[in-house]
Design a protein around this ligand. Structure first.
Ligand code: SF4
Ligand code: SF4
Length: 70
């Protein structure tokens, strides 16, 4: 089973600077009137670049660690 995660975007924090859109290595984002949106979500590799460069913390790509006890 393939599970896909996408960065979350908090539009109330986004100032629409466009850095995440212009710097995404996969061109997965496009700017809209509300803020960035995913053009083709399957292109997102969850690399975290957008989170790293966002000046307001509006886009987040957190990593979670989970484990299973056998
Ligand atoms: S996590 Fe990486 S590939 Fe996905 S939208 Fe952000 S910069 Fe682009
Ligand atoms: S980098 Fe952050 S503030 Fe700038 S457009 Fe993207 S989400 Fe919004």
């Amino acid at each position: 089973m393939i599970e896909m995660s996408l960065p979350s975007i908090n539009f109330s924090l986004c100032n629409r600077c466009g850095q995440c859109v212009s710097q995404c290595p996969e061109n997965a984002l496009v700017m809209t009137g509300q803020g960035p949106a995913f053009t083709d979500p399957v292109n997102c590799t969850y690399c975290g670049t957008c989170e790293h460069l966002c000046p307001t913390g509006a886009i987040r790509a957190p990593l979670y660690v989970s484990w299973r006890a056998n």
